[in-house]
Design a protein around this ligand. Structure first.
Ligand code: ADP
Length: 240
């Protein structure tokens, strides 16, 4: 059997995303390749979320080109996104996952096995029969991660998944993100939390006003930022 083609690398070539006069992304050129997590940082409004949506294919460039594995207009079957506040169906935790697996031709036994595996991966095996909307915020976010992983994506986009969580719930999510990355799924995650970026990043992409101001391996970014914006941001200064 032929190996399925991958969505990776994802390449942005001179991409601008504009709404009227506002440039949410401004001439962005970058590549998300297989490997350790890429963490997008930058102040609120810098374009992190727009970049993730464009990489997912939810937002079309006004100018420039996005390619997935060298191809244009690839439907989002090999990639998944989790938002800061995920919406759950009015079903149990397990039911939400069974629904996500719905389009795949799995028999009942295989589907239940897969649901169990996904729940275990995110530490929710005991809560399979709990209505999803009755789970805590952190548990719902873990379920959203499991749901995003249901179809074996090549790449997982995470848009500030811990922004509304307490430290314990944040730590649980970060552990899952690290485990997902060890499974060779590319993680691209936006955060405005520098501590989180340090804990998870292989590579940092820093945005400011819709532009990429720096792309670097995490160690060099934090130890020796090259751009004035990154130095200011790391020093706790305000970027406006
Ligand atoms: P971040 O995720 O870094 O906070 P966003 O990608 O959400 O940044 O937003 C980038 C910029 O685009 C911000 O100035 C924001 O106000 C603006 N923006 C986001 N969505 C829209 C939209 N639908 N229409 C107009 N402007 C938008």
């Amino acid at each position: 059997m032929r190996a399925p083609v991958s969505d990776l690398p994802i390449h942005f070539e001179n991409v601008t995303v504009a709404a009227g006069a506002v440039k949410m992304l401004d001439r962005v050129t970058l590549t998300f390749a297989a490997g350790p997590p890429t963490i997008l940082i930058g102040p609120n409004g810098s374009g992190k979320s727009t970049l993730l949506r464009a990489a997912m294919g939810l937002v079309a460039p006004s100018k420039g080109l996005v390619t997935w594995g060298g191809r244009e207009g690839v439907p989002p079957t090999r990639r998944a996104i989790v938002f800061q506040r995920p919406a759950m169906l009015r079903r149990t935790a397990g039911g939400n996952l069974r629904y996500a697996l719905g389009g795949l031709s799995l028999d009942r036994v295989e589907r239940n096995r897969r649901v169990g595996e996904l729940l275990a991966l995110v530490g929710l095996a005991q809560l399979s029969d709990r209505p999803a909307r009755k789970l805590s915020g952190g548990e719902q976010q873990r379920l959203a991660l499991a749901r995003a992983l249901a179809r074996d994506p090549d790449v997982l986009f995470l848009d500030e998944p811990t922004a509304s969580l307490d430290p314990a719930a944040t730590s649980a999510i970060e552990e899952i993100v690290a485990a997902v990355s060890r499974r060779s799924i590319k993680v691209v995650m936006a955060t405005h939390d520098l501590g989180e970026a340090r804990r998870l990043a292989g590579e940092i992409v820093m945005l400011h006003r819709g532009r990429v101001v720096e792309t670097a391996p995490a160690a060099s970014f934090f130890n020796a930022p090259q751009s004035g914006e990154a130095a200011t941001f790391l020093a706790g200064g305000l970027l406006v």
